[in-house]
Write a protein that binds this ligand. Sequence first.
Ligand code: PLP
Length: 379
Amino acid sequence: MAIYLDHNASTPVDPRVFDAMLPYFREEFGNPNSVHARGAVARRAIDRARAQVADLVNIDSGWVNFTASATEAVNTAVWSAFMLRSRQGCRVVVTAVEHAAVFEAARGLERFGIDVVTVPVAKSGSLDIDVLRCAMTDNVFLVAVMWANNETGVVFPIRAVADLCSERGVPLLVDAVQAAGRLDIELGALPVTYVALSSHKLYGPKGGGALIGSPRSIVPLVRGGGQEGGRRSGTENVAAVVGFGEAAFLARVEGNERNVATEALRNAFEKQLLNAVVACDVNGAEATRLTNTSSITIQGVDGDALVGMLDALGICISTGSACHSRSVIPSHVILAMTGSHKRATETVRVSFSHLNTAADIDILLRGLKQAVAALRAAR
Ligand code: PLP
């Protein structure tokens, strides 16, 4: 059995989530937009899931708009801000470590004459609010700052970012994909315009995402039958929505317990690794981090080769974000933090779950020592 340590790429569906979804593939297959009884059952299931997702992030359920992924949510937010901008708006500000979903959605506006300004991060991976402030010229119509980084787990000061954007009257998009279920998110008390969430990062199914935002802040990307209050047309993926809702409920109830478990595993792993392998260190160790994420640079060891060797031993880790894992592009996150291309190619990510055990760490450490020795010897 493979040992899975890539939970920032995706998580297994919780069996309770799976059970909650099953009826909507079988007897409760109705279209939630149909007026008959079968349709009403599906509609009620979506309403319940909307309330569950709203509760996870402490927001009114009327602000939860279901999408097929966080990528779609981010694209809708960027498009909305673009369409609703004032006449002088011609600039988007993003941090240098955002996910490709944010970068590419913003860059997609360049063909309309929009500038995308990238704000650097510190060597520790943290974001200096004064650096962000300097980038916020009067023509900025959207700021995008992630809540927690998918490669390093570094957490950004969203409260301060939100206050700054609100002072300046600039819409803020927060990619909370890795933060949801792992950090306390109180959106009701935070002036944020858009928040993107993904179901499959919190033990829900793939094909489920949400854009949190007030109805008037959203301009639909997908138009048609007027589902989701006209903000995202297309017959709802009822089973995925139900699964997302159940996963959000479980994350709210069990999130703290999960964090305690992953932190113990992650800390034990990092301590033993640093003792066992020379010339390696943890990226973002000085910053506030998610409890489950380890970004490790091992000098003289190519990250892609290491991931491949561990895979052959039945251990799944990654070199960074999943969408880049099949290419040789070095981590843009490590590059932004350190400016070192070499370091960016010598980095791997291990992301734990509460489902992992101490035995998994022993196997990982044994595999790492073996693979690192082999790769260093082959240099
Ligand atoms: N944002 C972050 C920080 C992510 O880690 C991911 C997925 O890796 C996404 C956005 C995209 O999420 P989805 O797979 O739901 O499109």
